[in-house]
Design a protein around this ligand. Structure first.
Ligand SMILES: Nc1ncnc2c1ncn2[C@@H]1O[C@H](COP(=O)(O)OP(=O)(O)OP(=O)(O)O)[C@@H](O)[C@H]1O
Ligand SMILES: [Mg+2]
Length: 239
């Protein structure tokens, strides 16, 4: 499955159900009160990254942490009145007692956040990824794939955004594995459609880092907003 639009691409090859989509949709509705779709995606992507969760696995129980991260991000886009109204909607969701089983959060390990701004951070992120893969039981071949993707995404952060973070999360349920979230507040990727289709001619490298990384992972999701940043979520499943 592949969906794409300017500045936002979702590629999912993992073929799993997405328990967090119901809650994600409700949050999107609240955010879209005053934000464009792209800005709403970016705000939610960044907030999720800071909480170490994927937008697809959000549960009602994640809401209070997420709202705490969303609130400061809104000030870059909205007036005080608009922020207050948006937060009202989000807090309203918290008060809804959901009976929908898809709203339940997915159990996950503690996120491990690695700051990326220099070359040596790329190696540190790669080493941590290999260690986490061993903990989750991924075989050597898959562990090397995850470490390679971490290196590519960390290198891109250094090269194109200057600084950002790589967050690594051990996944437990419903599918054990590892999640990588690469987030930065750099220029975004205005030519994202070309990059994803393989038509981008890079001036700085081979131009294959993202497309190659996508092939190595079970699920791959790029959110990029021109001038505001990039958030990439990639997952590798054990089963
Ligand atoms: N985090 C980012 N912020 C801004 N632009 C980015 C980011 N990551 C990638 N890009 C843009 O997307 C393009 C493609 O990235 P990709 O990693 O696929 O290839 P590359 O870095 O050019 O070459 P290489 O094959 O050596 O990785 C880059 O040339 C750059 O323009
Ligand atoms: Mg690259």
């Amino acid at each position: 499955m592949a969906r794409s639009s300017v500045g936002s691409v979702v590629v999912n090859r993992g073929q799993r159900s997405s328990p967090g989509l119901a809650v994600q949709g409700k949050i999107q509705v609240c955010l879209r009160l005053y934000l464009s779709r792209i800005s709403a995606n970016l705000v939610l992507g960044r907030a999720c990254s800071r909480c170490g969760i994927s937008p697809r696995t959000i549960g009602i129980d994640h809401l209070s942490r997420l709202i705490g991260e969303i609130e400061p991000l809104l000030s870059a886009y909205l007036s005080r009145f608009e922020i207050r109204e948006t937060l009202k909607g989000l807090r309203g969701l918290q008060n809804q007692q959901s009976t929908d089983p898809s709203d339940r959060p997915i159990a996950e390990g503690r996120p491990h956040v690695i700051e990326i701004s220099r070359e040596e951070h790329i190696d540190a992120a790669r080493t941590t990824a290999l260690r986490m893969c061993r903990e989750t039981g991924l075989g050597n071949v898959d562990a090397v794939k995850v470490a390679t993707v971490v290196s590519e995404l960390a290198r891109n952060i250094c090269q194109y955004a200057g600084e950002g973070t790589i967050t690594l999360v051990l996944l437990e349920h419903p599918r054990p594995g590892v999640r990588i979230i690469a987030a930065d507040q750099g220029p975004g990727i205005p030519h994202l459609a070309e990059v994803v289709s393989g038509e981008w001619r890079s001036k700085t490298g081979m131009g294959l880092g993202l497309t190659g990384s996508r092939r190595l992972m079970s699920a791959f999701d790029i959110q990029a907003d021109q001038g505001k940043g990039t958030c990439i979520t990639a997952e590798k499943y054990l089963l």
